[in-house]
Structures are given as C-alpha cells and as structure tokens.
Design a protein around this ligand. Structure first.
Ligand code: PGA
Length: 255
C-alpha cells in the first residue's frame, strides 16, 4: 500500500477492490472499537458494498458491535418508496442493516416519500446536529465529482436539500434500473455543509472511471463544478483508492 500525504488529506493507494474494502472497513471498525455510541455517515452505490460486507463479517465474528451506533445516510432518490428495490433504504437493509446488531431506530435515511421535501430536509439536518454531528462520513464520488447527490453547479449548497440529478448521474445509475427512463430524476441529499461538518471524511473510489474526478478533487481548483473539491478545505480527509482510480493523480504528482 502506498500513502500520499497532501496537507489535510491522506491518500491510501491499494491494489484492488478487496484491499480497498478491507482498508475502509478497518478505519470504521477502529472508531467503533473506541466509541460505542459512534455516529456514522453512510453512503450507497457500488463502491461501499465491499466495506459493508467486511463490516458484517467483523460484526458476526464479534470483533465489532453496532449496538450503540447511530447512522445517517447521505441521500435518497425522490420520490421513491422504501419497498422499491432501488431505493437507498432498501439498499442499506440488504447490504448492511439486516445483517448486523444495529437498533433500526438508530438508522436514518432521508424519506423518499416525504410529502414536503423542504421540511424533510431541514428536519434531517436538525437530527444530525442534535446528535452532535457525524464522526466518520463515508463517501463515494461520482464520475462528475458529485458527493452525495450534490451535483456540478454554480454553488455549494450548504444544507440538506432536494436536487435535480445530473444527466451523467442518471446515465451512471441506469445500470441499477431496467432502463434509463426508470431512474428517478430527483433526490434528497445532505448538503455540502452537512457533509463538511463531519469530523472525518472517508472517501472511497475504484476503477479507471473515477481517475479524473480523484485528480481534480485533490489537485484541481476548488469549485462547485467539481463538488468534491471542497474536501480540500476539510481538516481530516482519508481517501482510499485502488491503483486505477489513483492513476491520473499519481501521474500528475510525478510531473
Ligand atoms: P458508485 O457511485 O459507488 O456506484 O460508483 C458513487 C457515487 O455516485 O457517489
């Protein structure tokens, strides 16, 4: 494993997806071992699935417990029913919650069926604040640089909000749906301010498709067209990437 230190960001470059999942899980496990009432910010998508598998394994073997842990997910499609297999609520149960000893009352995901998305968004931020904030926020990154569903735009939205999905996100996520027409066009997502208020940000990326976003996030100008670039202003960021996702970053650092 290679480590690159960039001021506030530690980048671990690992061999492959298995190593990425183990590294990501070990960072979360270390928190759970030292803080029984930890608050985790969680993410969905393909990238964190291996981390969740590893956390389930560690929970089953008794290495870690989620009994006192609280979780807040980044985002949810809108509108979408929890029973829809593509909802992030469904994803979290399937990939993590149904297999660990967490109290489901302590798990939180924006409500994709909320009648009033504005109220849902502000009450979500309120919940995150009232628990004292997130200890570790797990993040993936979109090929367009989004974090959560904070899409490329003209501003960094501070708070949780309803958002129109970017065309590229809809295309990227069509693989989970029957057809591109079935991908919801909107979502509720934690805002950039909500994400940045977490004590530690743990961003994972694998595959060549993410190489440009990783380079621009870490070495490019901080701008709302590349939402993840805001991480350059967070004081404690850990990035775990496989060699393909790190390729453009490493090439640029060598120049
Ligand atoms: P992925 O999505 O893990 O499915 O690539 C990441 C993201 O869009 O944030």
């Amino acid at each position: 494993m290679k480590t690159i230190n960039l001021n506030n960001v530690t980048v671990f470059v690992v061999k492959d997806y298995k190593a990425l999942s183990e590294k990501g899980a070990s960072i979360i496990a270390a928190l759970l071992m030292t803080k029984k009432d930890a608050v985790l910010g969680l993410a969905t998508g393909s990238t964190p699935q291996g981390v969740y598998e590893e956390l389930v394994r560690m929970n089953k073997s008794g290495e870690i417990t989620f009994k006192g842990v609280h979780t807040y997910n980044l985002d949810e499609y809108y509108p979408i029913d929890k029973s829809n297999a593509q909802s992030y609520d469904y994803f979290m149960k399937e990939n993590l919650f149904n297999h660990i000893d967490i109290d489901m009352a302590n798990t939180h995901i924006p409500n994709g069926m909320a009648e009033n998305s504005t109220k849902e968004s502000s009450s979500y931020d309120q919940k995150v604040r009232s628990i004292g904030g997130v200890d570790i926020q797990l993040l993936g990154i979109g090929s367009n640089g989004h974090i959560g569903f904070n899409e490329p735009g003209d501003v960094f939205e501070p708070m949780t909000h309803r958002v129109q999905l970017d065309e590229r996100t809809i295309k990227d996520n069509a693989r989970f749906f029957g057809s591109i027409e079935e991908v919801p066009t909107e979502a509720i997502t934690m805002g950039i301010g909500t994400i940045m208020s977490a004590k530690v940000l743990l961003l994972l990326a694998n595959g060549e498709k993410k190489a440009t976003a990783i380079k621009e996030m870490l070495l490019g100008k901080v701008k709302p067209r590349m939402q993840a670039s805001i991480l350059q202003f967070h004081k404690n960021v850990i990035v775990v990437v496989d060699e393909s996702a790190a390729s453009e970053l490493i090439a640029e650092l060598k120049e």
